[in-house]
Design a protein around this ligand. Structure first.
Ligand SMILES: NC(=O)c1ccc[n+]([C@@H]2O[C@H](COP(=O)([O-])OP(=O)(O)OC[C@H]3O[C@@H](n4cnc5c(N)ncnc54)[C@H](OP(=O)(O)O)[C@@H]3O)[C@@H](O)[C@H]2O)c1
Length: 297
């Protein structure tokens, strides 16, 4: 370790955001990834835990400076989600307090600001309450994150546009979104670590754009055009509830539909100043994803 290098625990290190965060942190810090399944994450120490109270978690945290808690269960029955999102967080917070860590960084979600009643938003909200018990905590609430490796939102849309001549659009497509590029979050986390920034922040991208406009930009970045077919939200709601009950990874959730009918238009001036970074524009972000996809194929 170099003089300014810290020992950092990352949960959710094998997920979309976690991989980007770890790739950046490991250049400077000693990173320990706490994960559920045995996996090699190059350049880090990976520890597999069997339960949320596993001793492996305790001994990992004991020697660390910072926890970045990214892991979250996105769908599933309430009891299971409560265990993974709230009980796990509570345990990490108590370990961080016991061993007097210098910083606890929690990746929450902008959903918690929207009064959503679904299990994901509710459990993230309850987890925030646990995190806030730790004195030097930072709670980051991102809007939808996009970037290479995302398969849930923009990544899924790219798949649909690639495969089909007609692209379904949920709702009238007029609600505004403010996607945030994954590198912006990585920058924010790095600055937060360097300056031990604490508090709770909603983090959005630099542009608020209606969904139809976003789809046009995405297709332009892909160098293609598709016809958009709009489906009214009232028609999709019952379907989303059924999907939520039937699938562990539902193709459509009630929360996604709720989110589709709300406008996002955050002023990010203060966020950019505090975290000292240059936000990636939507055009550049989409361009980077498509470039990477071309390089892969
Ligand atoms: N992506 C977005 O647009 C977005 C927006 C706002 C907030 N967030 C938040 O950002 C974080 C990362 O999201 P992501 O997009 O990177 O998600 P992701 O790709 O689905 O990764 C989720 C991570 O959490 C772990 N995980 C899932 N279920 C778990 C459980 N029951 N117990 C313990 N670990 C579990 C996964 O590990 P396994 O491989 O073991 O399943 C994986 O490492 C989450 O906290 C999410 O709430 C994401």
């Amino acid at each position: 370790m170099t003089a300014s290098s810290l020992k950092i625990i990352v949960t959710g290190a094998n997920g979309f955001l976690g991989q980007h965060v770890v790739d950046s942190l490991k250049k400077k810090h000693a990173v320990t990834c706490l994960i559920r399944k045995k996996e090699i994450i190059p350049g880090t120490e990976t520890l597999v835990y069997k339960s949320y109270g596993d001793d492996v978690i305790d001994s990992a945290i004991k020697d660390s400076d910072i926890i970045i808690h990214i892991a979250a269960q996105l769908h599933g029955p309430w009891k299971e989600m409560y265990e993974s999102n709230v009980v796990f967080t509570e345990h990490l917070v108590s370990m961080a307090s016991k061993y007097k860590l210098r910083h606890f960084i929690y990746i929450s979600s902008e959903n918690v600001t929207q009064q959503n009643q679904d299990s994901y938003s509710k459990t993230k909200e309850l987890a925030e309450i646990e995190v806030a018990k730790f004195p030097r905590h930072l709670i980051i609430r991102p809007t939808i994150i996009y970037g290479p490796g995302d398969l849930k939102y923009v990544g899924r849309l790219i798949g649909i546009i690639t495969k089909y001549p007609i692209v379904p659009v949920l709702g009238n497509g007029l609600s505004k979104f403010q996607f945030v590029y994954v590198d912006d979050l990585v920058q924010i986390i790095n600055t937060s670590i360097d300056n031990t920034i604490t508090g709770t922040f909603t983090i959005a991208g630099p542009e608020s754009i209606c969904y139809n406009g976003f789809m046009h930009q995405l297709m332009e970045a892909m160098g293609t055009r598709r016809t958009m077919l709009h489906f009214p939200l009232w028609m999709l709601k019952p379907m989303a509830h059924v999907f939520n009950l039937l699938f562990s990874k539902p193709p459509l959730t009630p929360t996604q539909l709720d989110n589709l009918s709300k406008d996002r238009d955050y002023d990010i001036t203060e966020q950019v100043k505090l975290f000292n970074y240059v936000p990636v524009s939507l055009k550049n972000g989409l361009g980077r994803i498509i470039k990477q996809l071309h390089e892969k194929n």
